[in-house]
Design a protein around this ligand. Structure first.
Ligand SMILES: Cc1cc2nc3c(=O)[nH]c(=O)nc-3n(C[C@H](O)[C@H](O)[C@H](O)COP(=O)(O)OP(=O)(O)OC[C@H]3O[C@@H](n4cnc5c(N)ncnc54)[C@H](O)[C@@H]3O)c2cc1C
Length: 361
């Protein structure tokens, strides 16, 4: 006889793991992961920060609502974020700060002396900054394991090396076929497949939503002078780089967004070189060595907002995708929101309406 579940969640990255943990106590849940270990793709490749302004004003409610859970459970470490601007960008920076201050984010505009004190060796063209003291480093691996542990204790089954190959909607739910030929049945199918979200929808006979994977690169550098431990996350108002300290080294990204097929993303040397060139325009430090480099896929819907809700063409297919560059920092609130929708419960602290897939119909 075929195994039957209330919910099958496709993908055991941060999205699938957090949602399985939320659903586990209230439903019979199966979490299926194509790779032989969960967290191999985007979740294992992030830059690990929580910043309320990152992702824009429509993502901020999810980030802010997640902060309490992340802080209370010990997954955040103090960092601070400084978004810096050159001469000529003063009004743009002030508008950026005002937009988030209006949303209740603690953000302060700083002049040249104050930003130079935070970023030693800062080149003279950078004259203004917006400082968010609440920005934090996230223990991403710890959070992911926390959710997998909660899910396991709630009775969720995790199958690794289990790639969804087909999903067939029948009168009473879904018949699921895995690439190795195994079959199972479930009432509700959740698409938490990250860069493969559109592929999974098509495997279920539904229309893709245009969720596009974009490659993002990070390099770990050893520098002279050594990276100050108290350096904040430094972001460019024009979105051409960000960098932050990590255990005495610098994590640097050129803020690249190269369109990609869903795949095991690998860094390109040109992106690492671009990042280092841009760093040289910010500080007078010498890069001694590129110790490590990696890339991952950040997947965005056409409007760059996440997609949380039932498919307009199937009340049994649920999208939990399009987490872009904010899927870690929004995970607790996003999982709560999605679990409520799936279980037919009332809304929580975040309004789900902006993220409804019906907006694409
Ligand atoms: C360089 C970089 C820096 C980032 N920095 C941050 C940051 O600082 N803060 C932040 O909040 N976010 C950050 N992000 C974004 C964050 O990493 C993602 O939003 C998040 O990891 C998405 O989680 P996910 O579970 O949706 O995707 P994934 O972790 O990719 O998980 C999806 C899973 O689905 C599985 N899957 C796919 N198809 C199938 C199938 N057919 N059958 C079974 N399983 C399948 C895949 O194997 C994969 O494991 C960053 C991303 C990158 C790349």
């Amino acid at each position: 006889m075929t195994d039957r579940y209330d919910v099958a969640v496709v993908g055991a990255g941060m999205a699938g793991a957090s949602l399985a943990a939320a659903l586990g106590p209230r439903a019979r849940v199966l979490l299926i992961e194509a790779e032989d270990r969960p967290g191999y793709h985007s979740t294992g490749r992030s830059a690990a920060f929580w910043t309320e302004s990152y992702g824009g004003p429509a993502v901020q409610p999810l980030t802010t609502a997640s902060g309490t859970y992340l802080r209370d459970n010990g997954f955040l470490g103090a960092r601070g974020a400084l978004t810096i601007a050159r001469a000529g960008q003063e009004r743009e920076l002030d508008a950026f700060a005002a937009r988030f201050a209006d949303l209740g984010v603690d953000v302060e505009v700083l002049g040249r002396a104050a930003i130079e004190a935070q970023v030693p060796g800062l080149r003279p063209d950078w004259i203004r900054g917006a400082f968010e003291p609440s920005c934090a480093d996230i223990d991403v691996a710890g959070l992911h394991q926390h959710y997998l542990g909660l899910a396991k204790r709630a009775g969720v089954e995790l199958w690794c090396a289990a790639r969804l190959a087909g999903a067939f909607e029948e009168a009473d739910g879904w018949r699921i076929v895995l690439a190795d030929g195994r079959e199972l049945a479930c009432d509700l199918l959740v698409n938490a497949a990250g860069a493969w979200a559109d592929t999974v929808a098509e495997l279920a006979g539904l229309a893709a939503l245009g969720i596009a994977p974009l490659r993002r690169t990070v390099a770990q550098l050893r520098t002279t002078p050594a990276v100050p431990a108290a350096l904040p996350l430094v972001l460019d108002l024009s979105e051409r780089f960000y960098f932050k300290p990590e255990a005495g080294r610098l994590w640097l990204s050129p803020h690249d967004e190269t369109p990609s097929e869903p795949c095991d993303a690998a860094p390109e040397e040109i992106d690492v070189a671009t990042a280092i060139d841009r760093l040289g325009q910010v500080v007078d430090w010498t890069v001694e060595r590129v110790e490590h480099r990696w890339a991952g896929l950040r997947s965005f819907a056409p409007d760059r907002l996440p997609v949380y809700g039932f498919d307009p063409a199937s009340p049994r297919f649920f999208w939990f995708a399009g987490q872009g560059g904010f899927g870690i920092q929004t995970a607790p609130a996003a999982a709560d929101l999605a679990a409520r929708l799936l279980l037919g419960e009332g809304p929580g602290v975040v309004d789900p309406a902006p993220y409804d897939p019906a907006r694409f119909v």
